[in-house]
Design a protein. Structure first.
Length: 348
């Protein structure tokens, strides 16, 4: 039940230090062998990366700002057009000598194969985020992809400025790790953990992070439909949250999310199951809505509840396989509908 919203209104922003690029999804019957040929039966271009987080934040009523780098060229123009259409402000650097990057996503109906070419978004340095000064109540989003290339130096510099005591920061940091954490240096992993951000992970990302921190990962072979999954997620969330000494949100699609804050037990917040559709993950929608709700004064638990509902709607209303984040009012309405159905069932 939603019950802990602060009464005052907040104009705090969601600021993403993440990277933005263009995705081109191509549906193919099967992937061709090396040297072979395939014809795509569908082609869907879309802006990816941290754009989806910022889009979700903007649709949730918070000012959304991108602090990463955008280049100059065809793909950069697509990104800038989408920013303007979605009310996202670009406050980061511009590159005049290089275009932003893009990815080919080959979808054979069972798996997605990614081929990426990096552009201006990955060409940062230690000074990339020096001009970013979050204000009181702002939420700063950091994507795990930004930890993998030259921009990582800028992230490290920002983390050092943020310090190791989240209680002394007037703003909140939310970090999405990546399945490729094995490519991140030990030094940056250490600095990231010491900063104690709020972590938002899916199961695969959490397992990868646990491995880097020396925590036994979840054993998928022991999962059962009869409750083993919930128990395993609770155990992973507790072990990982204890080691991180920071708030942790462990997402699991239709099963909702497991949340742990320092000094408390793990809380499971139920999801909103929808008809299964073959889409991309709604993790970016979930994170963006959660960030916006935190910026607006909701508690972490209520922010996650609303994000669970928004992600469910996004999956149902996907646009050519891309989850389409709804206005936050729709997510809150779904929660209230669910609460009403629960009350009716209890009285029957």
């Amino acid at each position: 039940m939603l019950n802990s919203r602060k009464p005052e209104q907040s104009a705090a922003s969601v600021i993403s230090l993440g990277q933005v690029w263009v995705d081109i999804m191509m549906g193919v019957g099967e992937l061709p062998q090396p040297g072979g040929f395939a014809v795509a039966d569908s082609v869907t271009p879309s802006v990816g990366g941290s754009f989806r987080v910022l889009q979700a934040a903007a649709r949730s009523g918070s000012p959304a700002k991108h602090a990463g780098i955008i280049g100059t060229g065809l793909w950069s123009s697509v990104i800038r057009d989408e920013f303007e259409a979605n009310g996202i402000q670009h406050i980061g650097g511009d590159r005049l000598d290089k275009d932003s990057g893009f990815r080919l996503v080959l979808n054979d109906g069972s798996h997605k194969t990614f081929i990426a070419t990096y552009g201006a978004e990955a060409q940062g340095d230690e000074r990339t985020f020096d001009a970013i000064e979050p204000q009181d109540g702002d939420v700063v989003h950091i994507s795990g992809n930004t930890l993998l290339d030259h921009s990582a130096a800028g992230i490290d510099g920002f983390l050092h400025r943020a310090g190791t005591n989240p209680g002394k920061r007037p703003y909140t940091i939310v970090l999405n790790p990546t399945n490729s954490l094995h490519l991140v240096s030990d030094h940056l992993i250490e600095d990231t953990v010491l900063c104690r951000p709020t972590w938002s992970c899916n199961r695969q990302e959490a397992n990868t992070l646990a491995e880097r921190l020396g925590i036994p990962p979840m054993d998928d072979s022991k999962l059962t439909i009869g409750g083993g999954f919930d128990d395993a997620m609770t155990g992973l969330c507790d072990a990982l949250g204890t080691t991180l000494r920071a708030p942790l949100v462990l997402r699991a699609g239709a099963r909702g999310a497991w949340v742990r804050v320092p000094g408390s037990e793990v809380i499971h917040l139920e999801g909103f199951p929808v008809k299964s559709t073959h889409t991309r993950s709604a993790g970016s929608c979930h994170t963006g809505v959660m960030c916006a709700m935190l910026a607006q004064g909701w508690s972490l638990f209520d922010a996650v509840r609303i994000a669970n509902a928004a992600a469910s709607i996004a999956i149902s209303n996907n646009n050519a396989g891309v989850p389409d984040c709804p206005p936050v009012e729709d997510a809150i309405a779904l929660i209230k509908q669910h609460e009403g159905d629960t009350d009716t069932s209890a009285q029957a």
